[in-house]
Design a protein around this ligand. Structure first.
Ligand SMILES: NC(=O)c1ccc[n+]([C@@H]2O[C@H](COP(=O)([O-])OP(=O)(O)OC[C@H]3O[C@@H](n4cnc5c(N)ncnc54)[C@H](O)[C@@H]3O)[C@@H](O)[C@H]2O)c1
Length: 527
């Protein structure tokens, strides 16, 4: 297929793209006010041990400099660099050597606040790849310091933070990129073109699913005890192994893990803005923090950016008017106060916190208002391995599973399915697939990596492919689903997007759902 315009020329405005309008950025036009692209971008990374290392590698591969790193656990970063250096694949090893060289030269900080406040002169842009609860903290500080930002998905922990990021990005006019790399992919762009062409007829609903957290990280598990549980009464016969018994056994066994942070991990800085001084446990860091309400936003927040994105862009979704969530069991724990001490009830025993670790599987139903000539549409989310109902357009021998996740947009004439990141879009039935194959390309393709797309936009004054203007809206939809999940099973949440409020809350019998649109911050970390 012919490339409409060259790389980096995509402007990530969903509305304009869906309308097939392409804007040629300033660096292509030149003229007054045009700043010639600089040769290299000097980048700082906050959170470099996990996914941040992928951004690091992509930027080095694109010829950029990583000059500063803030991380709360440098031994973890170093273990992962060592892992690359000892990898059997020559290419991985070679890249590992480049990362090691750059790591040795970079200035290192435990506290990102110090890096941004004192070291700002060293860098132009910041990659944020910390656990989710810290994203907004770093991003807002960096943007206010005039730095371009690449922020991992989910962009933020809450709806409030999502809107804050959009506002600060607008005020500071820095170049922003959400780390949903599928947005730069050909598959996502093809889905947008096919849906916009109308070959699927009027869109009525969409279904999106993922197998996460399955096989990746734990959810629905008990929190390690802070104080030992009361031993079960010996009744002279074996205790029945019901759910509570099993949870207690697991939580007790977890107490056997190291209770002190390993050398090199600054646990206080890991907690960051989180108001609660949750005691350290390896069940949180590294990586597994995503399943815990203090730090992550569960499978919907985590994977939605790679899966809801395509439906969100193609259907020009705004914000839902109603949301209903249901789930399997939440992981519970001893309720912990902000000092990290168990809250005791009148009987002197620890009070149970009902929502400590996100449920193993959830379903969220969204109703989105009509836009243009697209009528109201319902979007359904499933995680934990649940799959959507079959669609009549899809033959029985097609297994709707994808690579552990997927999406399905259903119209009156046909349906399109896709895999995670928008890969492998497939149209049903055959006659509609043939019509879809003839739909011309109208959305620009990105030939750079998602990271280099951003770096090039930073250097040339352009707009990256998934800017906050778009990404914060997509993110809001996902974290709204998480808020509805926390508000209670099967509860119809009415959302007033203009005022960022659930309008049927507070209900005196239920928790005030609006509290889940933001969070309590540690003193001094308020946003
Ligand atoms: N786009 C993708 O495909 C993709 C894939 C994986 C992860 N992610 C995202 O990347 C982010 C990081 O996830 P991960 O899997 O790498 O987690 P991780 O726990 O493996 O790595 C997080 C890193 O951040 C560091 N860190 C923690 N708190 C910090 C703080 N306050 N300041 C500085 N550094 C801090 C940790 O020490 C670690 O090095 C998450 O937002 C996640 O959703 C995106």
């Amino acid at each position: 297929m012919k490339k409409p315009i060259s790389r980096r020329e995509f402007v990530g405005d969903a509305g304009k793209l869906a309308a097939g309008v392409m804007i040629v950025p300033r660096h292509v036009l030149g003229g007054p006010g045009y700043r010639a692209p600089s040769a290299t971008l000097n980048v700082a990374i906050v959170g470099a041990g996990g996914q941040g290392m992928q951004q690091w590698k992509a930027l080095l591969a694109g010829g950029q400099n990583v000059v500063a790193i803030a991380d709360v656990d440098f031994p973890y970063v170093e273990r992962n660099i060592a892992g690359q250096l000892s990898n059997a694949q020559a290419r991985t090893k070679e890249m590992g050597a480049k990362v090691k060289e750059s790591y040795d030269k970079a200035k290192k900080y435990a506290d990102f606040r110090e890096m941004i406040d004192k070291g700002a002169k060293d860098f132009d842009a910041v990659v944020v790849a910390t656990p989710d609860h810290s994203h907004a903290q770093v991003a807002v500080r960096a943007m206010k310091a005039g730095k371009h930002v690449y922020v991992q998905k989910p962009l933020t922990y809450s709806v409030y933070e999502s809107r804050l990021l959009r506002r600060v990005a607008g005020e500071t006019k820095v170049v922003t990129q959400m780390g949903n790399q599928g947005h730069s992919g050909d598959g996502t762009r093809r889905i947008v073109e096919i849906v916009a062409s109308g070959v699927l007829g009027t869109i009525t609903e969409a279904h999106i699913w993922t197998d996460r957290p399955v096989n990746y990280w734990a959810q629905g598990i008990p929190r390690p005890w802070i104080v030992p549980p009361t031993p079960p009464v010996d009744r002279g016969y074996p205790e029945q192994w019901a759910m509570g018994t099993i949870n207690r056994a697991v939580a007790t066994a977890m107490m056997g893990a190291p209770q002190a942070p390993p050398p090199g991990l600054n646990w206080e800085l890991f907690l960051g803005c989180s108001a609660r001084n949750l005691p350290y446990h390896p069940v949180y860091h590294p990586f597994s923090w995503r399943g815990w309400v203090d730090f992550g936003v569960g499978a919907l927040g985590d994977m939605g950016a790679h899966l809801v994105d395509q439906t969100y862009w193609a259907l020009k979704l705004t914000q839902p008017t109603t949301i209903v969530a249901s789930s399997s069991l939440w992981g519970t724990g001893q309720m912990i106060d902000n000092d990290g001490k168990p809250v005791l009830g009148q009987n002197g025993r620890p009070v149970t916190e009902p929502q400590a670790s996100y449920p193993l599987a959830t379903n969220v139903q969204y109703r989105f208002p009509a836009v243009g000539n697209r009528p109201e549409v319902k979007v359904y989310w499933y995680d934990g391995g649940l799959l959507p109902p079959r669609c009549d357009f899809i033959p029985d021998d097609f297994v709707v599973r994808g690579d552990g996740g997927g999406g399905m947009i259903i119209g009156t004439k046909g349906a399109i399915t896709y895999e995670t990141y928008g890969n492998n879009p497939t149209v049903f039935p055959k006659a509609v697939a043939d019509a879809a194959a003839a739909v011309p390309q109208s959305v620009a393709r990105i030939t750079d990596s998602h990271e280099m797309n951003w770096a090039n936009a930073c250097m040339s004054g352009g707009v990256a492919s998934s800017p906050f203007e778009y990404g914060t809206r997509l993110n809001e939809t996902m974290v709204l689903g998480v808020a509805a999940l926390r508000a209670g099973q099967g509860r119809v949440m009415h959302y007033d997007a203009e005022n960022m409020r659930f309008t049927n809350a507070p209900d005196p019998k239920l928790p005030d759902a609006n509290q889940f649109l933001t969070r309590e911050y540690r003193k001094g970390w308020e946003l």
